[in-house]
Design a protein around this ligand. Structure first.
Ligand code: FAD
Length: 305
């Protein structure tokens, strides 16, 4: 499941550059298994990420993705990691890109730079308002759909979008949330979800989109609990529920190794249920560590290179 270089002559995407596999095409061929990283801030963190990617390479991921800091705070670092994966590994990369706080010309420049190095996979996101955003002029991209349409105008990008099974925290209601997601997916190729702990949240999302006439692949995002405080904090920010049954299963344990063991067990059960129910892949939020993902892979009996 390597890079599958191809050539493209689409507008804005130089035909002379070998291009990475497009995720839409990987999904057409079968299930994808993918890993998400964030761009490291320090030399030490960079070494950790390099080691993690080397360890996860053995799992033959369909693609890996690299997050983008709200307001463009990791613009150069995200590009550097994506380009490094593209040039130094056989893995297909996808760049996250958020549009809030960026002008159209900045977004054009960022997309052109990815196109120039043959990276044709973009996760087009709204992003959360940057600190101090209230004092800035209104964004040229009110919503992620505006970025999706801009990226689509290049003609070469395979475009993913974010989906929120438990409804985005800023959505006034479930129906509006689903309607806007369906609109994004009519242009984009696939979605990756925010993490969740009950498979029913995912299956309801898929059913609700189908009822709106949208059946593009929705890849569930998997966040194994390895550290209780961190996941609780992330759940609060993302609007995902930290369910009572999970809190109970973790119990009063203060031993992080025990929390991680239970987290891996719970994530494995969730992955198995999702795959059995027909999910088109799994996307792991790795937090730049390989241990939990490798363990879940092994328990699920997924193929290793
Ligand atoms: P949007 O699609 O713009 O949606 C945001 C809100 O606006 C929703 O309530 C939606 O219903 C509403 N809305 C959408 N369109 C319209 C419309 N036309 N009219 C009125 N309302 C509308 N954040 C980062 O900063 N960096 C990352 O790298 C990153 N990676 C992520 C990866 C995944 C897999 C996921 C699920 C999320 C990620 N996020 C990331 C978080 C994401 O940026 C936030 O959740 C953000 O608040 C919303 O992004 P969105 O793309 O869903 O935005």
């Amino acid at each position: 499941m390597g890079m599958g270089i191809h050539r493209s002559s689409a507008a804005g995407c130089p035909a002379s550059v070998p291009r990475v596999a497009r995720i839409a095409e990987l999904l057409d061929r079968g299930r994808t298994f993918s890993f998400e990283f964030f761009p490291p801030k320090t030399d030490y963190a960079q070494l950790t990420l390099g080691r993690t990617i080397a360890e996860l390479e053995h799992l033959a991921p369909s693609f890996v993705s690299v997050t983008y800091g709200a307001g463009g705070s990791t613009r150069a670092r995200t590009h550097a990691v994506v380009e490094w994966v593209r040039k130094e590994t056989p893995i297909t990369p996808m760049a996250h890109l958020t549009c809030s706080a960026h002008s159209r010309s900045e977004i054009t420049e960022i997309l052109e730079k990815y196109a120039a190095v043959g990276v044709d996979n973009i996760l087009a996101l709204g992003g959360d308002p940057a600190v101090g955003a209230e004092s800035l002029p209104p964004s040229e991209y009110p919503h992620a759909i505006d970025l999706v349409e801009h990226a689509a105008s290049f003609g070469c990008f395979s475009i993913g979008v974010a989906a929120h099974p438990e409804v985005h925290p800023r959505s006034p209601n479930r129906a509006t949330d689903r309607r806007h997601l369906a609109d994004k997916l009519r242009v984009a190729d696939f979605a990756i979800t925010q993490f969740f702990f009950d498979a029913d949240h995912y299956f309801s999302l898929v059913d609700e989109l189908e009822a709106l006439g949208v059946s593009k692949p929705i890849i569930p995002g998997i966040m194994p609990v390895t550290n209780r405080a961190q996941v609780r904090r992330m759940a609060e920010l993302s609007g995902a529920e930290f369910p009572a049954w999970l809190a109970e299963r973790i119990g009063e344990s203060v031993d992080e190794a025990e929390v991680s063991r239970i987290g891996i067990e719970v994530a494995t059960e969730l992955c198995a249920e999702l795959l059995e129910g027909g999910a088109p892949g799994l996307h792991f939020f790795t937090m730049n560590r390989s241990g939990a993902t490798r363990e879940i892979y092994s328990r699920l009996g997924l193929p290793v290179a």
